[in-house]
Ligand binder design. Structure first.
Ligand SMILES: C[S@@+](CC[C@H](N)C(=O)[O-])C[C@H]1O[C@@H](n2cnc3c(N)ncnc32)[C@H](O)[C@@H]1O
Length: 235
């Protein structure tokens, strides 16, 4: 297995299915989104950069809450879905591997980077770009797969970062990085961030009615996602 995820827009082929799955499903609507939206705090009147925006589910919620949203994604189909879902937002195709040269330094109040860190090969460089465009006093909110869950599924050496391939329950083929928690913390630090909060979210109570097994597991085991709020290091 090459130790790179590479530039292939993996989500393009199942972008529409992701939208259907993420709109009301337990993992996105009742677990990841509430956690990240809570960490973002009030967004009214703020400019939010939605990095790896997917089909615009976050962007829709942010615009409803009064934010101006700029978004980008590697997958052209995801960008199309975002534009359709959130006409008030501004979306483009962009790979996190490249500099955000269309955004001036210190031009956004908040950056959201939900469930996509795993697909990026040079995470420090990508995070440093997100840091560059954040205004002082701003914050980055990111979520990622919980590394303990990754390790329980794949075994091997927890501390050794590596690229793996999985086929998820809907037949989606995904290639992504497994990496320990300390590596994400170190990458944030190297990119110029200080971690303000780290949460291991639990699904919202109403999620029990959607999928009782997943609800029980995610309320008792570290096998889902985690979320971090980090601020530009002022030192
Ligand atoms: C699990 S989805 C999350 C989408 C959205 N953030 C959400 O939580 O609803 C991961 C997204 O990351 C995008 N992505 C993966 N690699 C990327 C890259 N190098 N640059 C930009 N987007 C990327 C995918 O195309 C996909 O839309």
């Amino acid at each position: 297995m090459p130790d790179r995820v590479g530039p292939d827009p993996q989500y393009d082929v199942f972008a529409d299915e992701f939208l259907e799955h993420g709109r009301d499903g337990l993992y996105n609507a009742h677990y990841d989104r509430p956690a990240c939206l809570d960490l973002l705090g009030g967004v009214a009147g703020k400019t939010v950069l939605d990095a790896a925006c997917g089909p615009g589910l976050y962007a829709a919620e942010l615009v409803d809450r009064g934010a101006s949203v700029l978004g980008f994604d590697l997958s052209p189909r995801m960008v199309e879905l975002s534009r359709r879902r959130v006409p008030a937002g501004s979306f483009r195709v962009h790979d996190l591997a490249a500099p955000l040269d269309w955004l001036p330094a210190e031009s956004v109040d908040l950056v959201l980077f939900a469930l996509a860190l795993e697909y990026v090969d040079d995470r420090v460089r990508a995070l440093a770009e997100l840091r560059r465009v954040l205004r002082p006093g701003g914050a980055l909110v990111l979520s990622r797969l919980h590394p303990t869950g990754d390790w329980l599924r794949h075994g091997g050496n927890y501390f050794e970062a590596r690229v793996i391939e999985e086929v998820w329950s809907r037949g989606w083929h995904v290639r992504y990085w497994l990496s320990p928690l300390e590596q994400t913390c170190a990458e944030l630090r190297e990119a110029g961030f200080l971690i303000e909060r780290l949460v291991e979210p639990r699904p919202q109570p109403e999620a029990a009615a959607i999928n009782a097994d997943a609800y029980r597991r995610l309320t008792s085991e570290p096998t889902g996602f985690l979320a971090i709020r980090a601020i530009p290091d002022p030192r």
